[in-house]
Ligand binder design. Structure first.
Ligand code: UGA
Length: 431
């Protein structure tokens, strides 16, 4: 059993904490945001993540998990600390290290003995070394620290499953003490474990996300070509994915990638490479392709509706992906922007996301019942591949709409079935 402090109760920190507690460790979650701590203490997960709520309650009940907003006693009483704070994008595309730096400074302020500090946040190459300096330089206490970079690969929407069943563990460190501690911590997981240096671990995280984003933009660009030559991208993806060197995952064409990771990590990686004089040109295009997709989709709509003025448009899906209420970089929003600009009347549905008052004020109507949302609709746009949309009674939807125009931005429905129901059905590279 280890005593672990996790600094930063975002979805990575919270999930990691719950999973370590489940493994039998004594875990404390620290965050300076009182509202998060108050909520978590009550056993209330403040974001939507399947299965996590129940496990959070279990671990609170058995006393292995606790939360605090008091950094002094938390830092003084722990020798093994994880940093899991956010690293959002700055306007120039670089990662904002403000939260990482303040976590390090907080550790420096209250450090009273030897500590092992594990950086789990996604941080640019060289940051873990900086964290060590930020802690060591001003620290009142001269006892040594051991740092490691231990990137996290869990996905939102399946965070708990991914954290319980990682496909690999990467430990980057120059410290034997930190490496040994992490090896022991991860010993119960039966997946490959790679030990490397900190910079390589930092780069593995960015290169992984950048590669996955590249797969998505690649398939989306091929999808556009499919539209020209009347080939189904789903068949192409299936055919190429059968080659085990390519693999079937992350070849789902559609409106592209969003969320809190791929967009920001692709930008940061590109910026770092650029500033080092070794441009990652391929990634510049990956981002361009991704950004082109909402417009491409709307242009397809324009082929049937040259003007959207006064048209009733139902938008299915607000979150950036299914099974989460995270709307960061969700493609639904630029699409709704465009629809409002065109003076369409917009009705949005999502199983979990609450539309903000800003959007309500701008005239978008939120509707929790998908069948009410499609009533008298002139156009349905699917922006998130929630399984709910697959499970709808589409024959009933067909009867409810005003015009049977169905644009599936996630290629998630069966085109032939929809056409059989007399929908005019269009996906991306798929129809
Ligand atoms: C991603 C990575 O998959 C995780 O391994 C990583 O830990 C995480 O970023 C992170 O850095 O924290 P996440 O952003 O939660 O996870 O979600 P993904 O399932 O990767 O989806 C990202 C975006 O790509 C979504 O908008 C999704 O709709 C899109 N996508 C995914 C596609 O358009 N096509 C696909 O085939 C797959």
């Amino acid at each position: 059993m280890m005593k672990i402090l996790i600094i930063g109760m975002g979805y990575v920190g919270t999930t990691t904490g719950v999973v370590f507690a489940k493994q039998g460790h004594e875990v404390t979650g620290l965050d300076i945001d009182e509202s998060k701590i108050t909520s978590l203490r009550k056993g209330k997960l403040y974001f939507h993540e399947p299965g996590l709520q129940e496990m959070l309650l279990d671990q609170l009940k058995n006393g292995r998990l606790q939360f605090t907003s008091d950094p002094k006693s938390a830092i003084e009483n722990h020798d093994l600390l994880f940093i899991t704070v956010g690293t959002p994008s700055l306007d120039n595309g670089k990662a904002d290290l403000t939260f990482v730096k303040s976590a390090a400074e907080m550790i420096a302020r209250y450090k009273n003995k030897e500590k092992i500090i594990i950086v789990k946040s996604t941080v640019p190459i060289g940051t873990t070394d900086k964290v060590e300096q930020w802690i060591q330089q001003p620290a009142n206490d001269s006892s040594s620290i051991h740092t490691a970079m231990n990137p996290e690969f869990l996905r939102e929407g399946s965070a708990l499953y991914d954290a319980l069943h990682p496909n690999r563990i990467v430990i980057g460190s120059e410290s034997t003490a930190a490496i040994e501690q992490l090896k022991e911590l991860y010993q119960p997981f039966s997946c490959p474990l790679l030990v490397t240096n900190t910079k390589a671990a930092e780069m593995i995280k960015y290169a992984s996300n950048a590669f996955l984003a590249t797969k998505i933009s690649f398939i989306n660009e091929v999808a556009k070509l499919c539209d020209e030559v009347n080939v189904q991208i789903t068949d192409v993806a299936k055919g190429i994915g059968m080659d085990h060197r390519i693999g079937p995952d992350f070849l789902q064409a559609g409106l592209g990638y969003g969320g809190s990771c791929f967009p920001k990590d692709v930008k940061e990686f590109t910026e770092t490479a650029q500033s080092l004089g070794v441009p990652l040109t391929i990634l510049e295009d990956v981002e361009k392709v991704n950004q082109s997709l909402p417009k491409y989709f709307i242009n397809r709509v324009k082929e049937v509706y040259p003007s959207l003025k006064g048209k009733k448009v139902t938008v299915f899906g607000l979150s950036f992906k299914p099974h989460t209420d995270d709307i960061r970089e969700s493609v639904a929003y630029p699409i709704m922007d465009q629809l409002l600009e065109e003076e369409a009347s917009v009705i949005a549905h999502d199983p979990v996301v609450n539309l903000s008052t800003d959007w309500l004020k701008r005239g978008v109507t939120q509707c929790w019942d998908p069948y009410v949302a499609v009533k008298n609709s002139d156009l349905i746009l699917i922006t998130t591949n929630w399984p709910h949309y697959k499970d709808l009674n589409w024959a009933r939807v067909r009867e409810l709409v005003n015009h049977p125009y169905l644009f599936d931005g996630r290629n998630m429905l069966d085109a032939d079935r929809m056409k059989g129901l007399t929908f005019l059905y269009r996906g991306i590279g798929y129809s």
